[in-house]
Design a protein around this ligand. Structure first.
Ligand code: FVH
Length: 305
């Protein structure tokens, strides 16, 4: 159940400009309006601002006009190239002294490059990554991680908190948000792909995805419960097999590959999992705990001769 946070003690109104009113940008601007912040909006396709203007937002005709309207500028567009397309032409005088919070998805290199670009334009830069979908924006269910100068994060935290109930500060390195976002979406896709593999397997026995999910979903919190202990193993570099050895896992992986192949289900995903574990075992780690596999992720796969 999403709880809108704006009923609580609303922060002092701060003028904010939002650049980019796609699915996410529109949700960000709407949440700022609900929180009582004077909000100026700009979007390449102007019509996407219409309902926000009807709800009290001010429409800017250009990115420069939007930037000039508020000391805090939030951008959320498709990618960093799109961001630079409309921000690079804005005069230094309009940018100088402002804070840009960029919530666009990109790589850590793009975040660090944009931080350097911003510094050269007299712009304070915070990089953010949204770990939520648009409907959760403005509720306690949303998380937005932020990196950049701590003082600037602290100064703008009340406005960021209008967008997400959880706004962890990751550190001064602007690239951290992108790395966290990539790590979290990688975890998301791995869970989804494992779930799809199971749905395909059980589908061969006439089990619906809903029936399968009612049982399988209980396993996700079980596995996530292991992660803090596994993290300690990775950080210490020692991998005691307190629960199961990698070899025990490998045997089950072989069954998953065999089952998929025999039932005519795609076995590429389980085969990849098994190939990584086999490599770790070949390096002598078969008797250690599962997290020993971190070594297979820390370096690129050896290229075939
Ligand atoms: N939607 C989601 O659930 C995810 C959650 C996690 C974070 N992502 C990232 O948010 C960025 C924006 O995603 P979005 O879902 O809002 O995307 P769209 O609805 O497609 O809107 C794209 C906006 O970008 C504008 N835009 C694109 N190219 C340009 C350009 N060259 N110049 C100016 N603006 C541009 C586009 O404008 P328009 O097409 O409406 O005129 C939209 O405003 C993204 O990084 C996600 O990864 C969302």
């Amino acid at each position: 159940m999403t709880t809108d946070m704006h009923a609580e003690n609303a922060p002092a109104p701060v003028p904010v400009a939002v650049l980019g009113l796609g699915l996410m940008g529109h949700a960000l601007a709407a949440a700022l309006l609900r929180a009582g912040h004077p909000t100026t909006v700009w979007n390449r396709t102007a019509a996407k601002a219409d309902d926000l203007v009807a709800a009290g937002a001010v429409r800017a005709g250009t990115p420069a006009a939007a930037v000039a309207a508020a000391p805090l500028v939030i951008a959320c567009v498709t990618d960093y190239d799109a961001l630079h397309t409309f921000l690079d032409p804005v005069e230094d005088a309009a940018l100088r002294g402002r804070t840009l919070v960029n919530l666009t998805t990109g790589t850590s290199a793009q975040a660090r490059e944009t931080a350097a670009w911003a510094a050269g334009r007299g712009l304070t830069y915070l990089d953010g990554a949204i770990m939520a979908t648009p409907p959760a924006i403005g509720t306690a269910d949303a998380t937005i991680v932020v990196s950049g100068p701590r003082a600037d994060f602290d100064r703008h935290a009340p406005v960021l908190h209008a967008l997400a109930g959880d706004t962890p500060y990751l550190g001064a390195d602007h690239g951290l948000t992108a790395l966290y976002e990539m790590a979290v979406v990688g975890l998301m896709w791995s869970i989804l792909n494992g779930w799809l593999q199971g749905a395909a397997l059980l589908g061969t026995a006439g089990v619906s995805a809903a029936e399968y999910t009612a049982v399988a979903a209980k396993g996700v919190p079980t596995v996530t419960g292991w992660l803090p202990g596994y993290a300690k193993q990775i950080d210490s570099g020692t991998f005691p097999a307190d629960d199961a050895t990698l070899d025990v896992h490998r045997a089950a992986m072989a069954h998953l590959v065999q089952e998929s192949e025999s039932l005519g289900v795609n076995a590429e995903f389980p085969a990849l999992i098994k190939s990584l574990a086999d490599r770790a075992a070949a390096a002598g780690h078969g008797g250690e705990g599962y997290p020993v596999m971190i070594e297979e992720f820390r370096r690129p796969a050896a290229r075939p001769a």
